[in-house]
Design a protein around this ligand. Sequence first.
Ligand SMILES: Cc1ncc(COP(=O)(O)O)c(C=O)c1O
Length: 437
Amino acid sequence: MKQNTPIPHEIVDEVLSKSGIKSVGKASIREVKRLINEIEAASGEKFVRMEMGIPGLPPCKLGVDAQIEALKNGCASIYPDIEGIPELKSEMARFVKNFIDLDVNPECCIPTVGSMMGGMAGFMTFARTRKERDTTLFIDPGFPVQKQQHRVLGLKYETFDVYDFRGEKLRDKLESYLKKGNIHSVIYSNPNNPSWICLTEQELQIIGELATKYDICVFEDLAYFGMDLRKNISKPGVPPYQASVGKYTENYALLISGSKAFSYAGERIGMLVLSNHLYHKEFDDLVPFFGTKQLGRAIIYGAVYAISSGTAHSAQYALAAILKGCNDGTYNYIDDIKEYAEKAAIMKRLFTDNGFYIVYDKDIDQPVSDGFYFTIAYPGMTSDELLTEFMYYGISAISLGITGSERTDGIRSCVSLVPRSMFPVLEKRLQIFKNNH
Ligand SMILES: Cc1ncc(COP(=O)(O)O)c(C=O)c1O
């Protein structure tokens, strides 16, 4: 095993031992990134980098132009309204109608510092809605930072891996948590980071029905909005639409990110959209913390105010222009992001041709779509063994173990930072890997 690896063993061994990291599989995404940087520097070899979920495309030009214009007009010196600028709020409401087919009032649409902050503000507030309900339920696998948010806020969470509970099986599993009475919210991402599974309409309906029955909030994290490219949702106001639990319950809060769909991660802009019902809902227990019973006001003038007093002014103009382009049908963001799906199809094939298998491979009876991430494993290896071994082959990814997945074999690969020009290198390295194993 020690022969013929693309990166010499001595170099990898030395960097690994100096790093103090005991298990590559348990390392955070940022730690893996640092490790790879060091191996690259020491070996002079470029890695096929699949560890970070950073957009690999240029930012949406509509946004950049509008943002520059807004800055030139002096918005940088003025505090933006905490609830968001009116033109953005109305474009958000239009966007939700045009692309999800849900009716929300502009007041329920709150720009946030990335959807990261939308989640944080939401969790902080929902955890205070009813004294006896102090726990969030994660339908995993999921985005590790949202659990980190819970830890730093001192909030409780429970989790289960949805892998074995797809379809009708989800109902009993979910209900087993909800009936305990301690859950205030459920969160999942759809398409899912890391597995790229997408919940089916049947599953969304189950979640929606139970959310209504147990009066909990569903945080639907649409960080990868429209990126299940098995259906093209690019036309405003015409089906198909982005699938959403909002079709099945009034108790929803949507997290929509500007980062991936519009390649606007650097400006940290996202949207928290509450249903009209939730926005106006009142909870007595909110008062000591937020000075109001009304949930929407508590989130905006309590949580968002306390965290950051709103969102960067110029980025709001950027997002308003992007959404306006989408809503008017003059900008088709799907054209920009289909590159991810095309790359994923090729990269998955390179892996499966060389003995790997896809871990989260199906949405019930359909293969998962091609998109930003895919999950892979190699027969007979744990994810930790595979990730460590990949260091010698110049390939990096992260373990599914840190995402709440119960699969001990899988790793997550992100396609965005792998240029097509590296595909031949990836193929060669995977062939060597296969020959050595
Ligand atoms: C599932 C999920 N939610 C939220 C985020 C964060 O999005 P934002 O950049 O808008 O804060 C990400 C980013 O990778 C993500 O994958």
